[in-house]
Design a protein around this ligand. Structure first.
Ligand code: NAP
Length: 401
């Protein structure tokens, strides 16, 4: 079967039976993980469609592999192919040290305007976790992906630019210690609201009970505080009949089937997720809060080896491992491929192939329940058998629903 590109029309994906999906296998342990993941994806698509559907995977390069082949960490051709095919999946990439691109992942998100970083965090039965009841945490995190301190506007201490800005700030009546480094935190109504819209739309479509805006608006009133205000504003203007604020819901008869919009200050949110996880469902956060929160939540349910992620814009999406390249395990067929495999499940869900996504999740659940897991899980699961990356993929394939 020869493939056809996925299209995006009127806000919807148009997915052929044989979509072409570009992949970046990634550096370090990336090739081990990608080999295993691809087998799982192909088996799940074949099984759920009775052989009617198949993905044509098209390799594009980035990271070390690209640098060795082309002298460029992120070749323009890679971006062109992803743009043309709209949806891609990637393994972890080495961050180049010094000069040029500060992070390939950040560059990809900014160049393709993938403004929402989406991370589902849930517990898989049997996975060792540091809390007593990890199953109570089941959140979908929507993190703004482009703005905030990640916009990359920073000036070195004592540089001309930093000194000029300090002088300018002083003229505006703000005192900054001489010789300081300066970082800028831009946050816009446009950028914040399109993220919150995506989170609310997901909550409505998936029947989730609430969206919590997580901010540090008590301190940063005009950035983080505005994120909260813009969030409530867009909930009202765009989803007035489908949402209700927490305050209104408490004063009346509860949500009444509408999505409850609430907000929490970021530091308190870390406590809330540990102490009252069941009260949270969808989280919408500015960039930095979401970065911290995603990893903390992943740790709470058993670690990064099983934490998937997607970077989604309007008509473009790149799914990715949330962990790094773990270079010391490269080529050893040892590492847990779960993060890329579950990122693939997210991708198929987004494309409307929900049955593929469900099959993959059931496969992971089955492999874990059978106690056939990679070293990272096996070392904490009494009675489990440690298996290689590829054998873990075999176990997942055996348990595809
Ligand atoms: P890392 O690659 O995530 O690895 C740190 C440790 O986390 C590993 O030694 C391993 O712990 C555990 N780990 C990571 N992935 C795992 C998996 N799939 N299964 C089981 N355990 C896993 O972090 P790093 O060493 O700080 O970063 C290495 C490189 O990756 C750097 O160049 C960094 O910039 C880059 N990076 C890329 C991404 C990305 O592409 N999304 C994200 C983060 C970092 P044990 O040693 O305890 O087994």
């Amino acid at each position: 079967m020869s493939g056809t590109p996925i299209q995006y029309r009127d806000g919807r994906w148009v997915v052929p039976d044989t979509p072409i999906i570009p992949f970046i296998e990634g550096d370090g342990t990336g090739p081990d993980i990608w080999r295993a993941s691809r087998r799982v994806f192909d088996a799940a698509v074949r099984k759920t469609s009775g052989g009617k559907r198949a993905v044509e995977w098209r390799e594009v390069v980035a990271g070390e592999k690209a640098f060795k082949a082309t002298g460029n960490w992120l070749p323009e051709e890679t971006l062109d192919v992803i743009r043309a095919h709209r949806v891609a999946i990637k393994g972890p990439l080495t961050t180049p040290v010094g000069g040029g691109i500060r992070s390939l992942n950040v560059a990809l998100r900014q160049l393709l305007d993938l403004y929402a970083c989406v991370r589902p965090v849930r517990w898989f039965k049997g996975v060792p976790a540091p809390v007593k009841e990890p199953g109570k945490l089941n959140v979908m995190i929507y993190r703004e992906n482009i703005e905030d301190v990640y916009a990359g506007i920073e000036f070195q201490a004592e540089s001309k630019e930093a000194n000029d800005l300090i002088a300018r700030l002083e003229a505006l009546g703000k005192k900054v210690r001489a010789g300081s480094a300066i970082g800028i935190k831009p946050m816009s109504r446009f950028g914040s609201q399109r993220l919150v819209v995506k989170a609310i739309r997901y909550a409505i479509d998936a029947g989730r009970p609430s969206v919590t805006l997580v901010h540090k608006g008590n301190i940063m009133k005009f950035t983080e505080g505005a994120f909260r205000d813009w969030g409530y504003e867009v909930a009202k203007t765009q989803f007035g009949d489908r949402t209700i604020t927490e305050a209104d819901a408490a004063g009346g008869t509860g949500g009444g089937g509408r999505v409850i919009i609430k907000d929490r200050i970021a530091d308190s949110m870390f406590q809330q997720l540990l102490l009252r996880p069941a009260e949270y469902s969808v989280l919408a956060t500015p960039n930095l809060n979401g970065d911290y929160l995603s990893d903390a939540c992943a740790a709470q349910v058993g670690g990064l080896g099983l934490a998937p992620g997607g970077n989604v814009g309007d008509g473009y999406a790149v799914y990715e491992a949330t962990h790094g390249t773990a270079p010391k395990y490269a080529g050893l067929d040892k590492i847990n491929p779960g993060s890329v495999i579950l990122s693939g499940a997210m991708m198929f869900e987004e494309l409307g192939w929900s049955e593929v996504s469900r099959a993959i999740v059931a496969g992971i659940e089955g492999a874990i329940a059978a106690g056939r897991v990679t070293y990272d899980l096996a070392r904490q699961m009494p009675g489990a058998t440690e298996v290689s990356t590829s054998t873990f993929a075999d176990a997942i394939i055996e348990h595809l629903a």
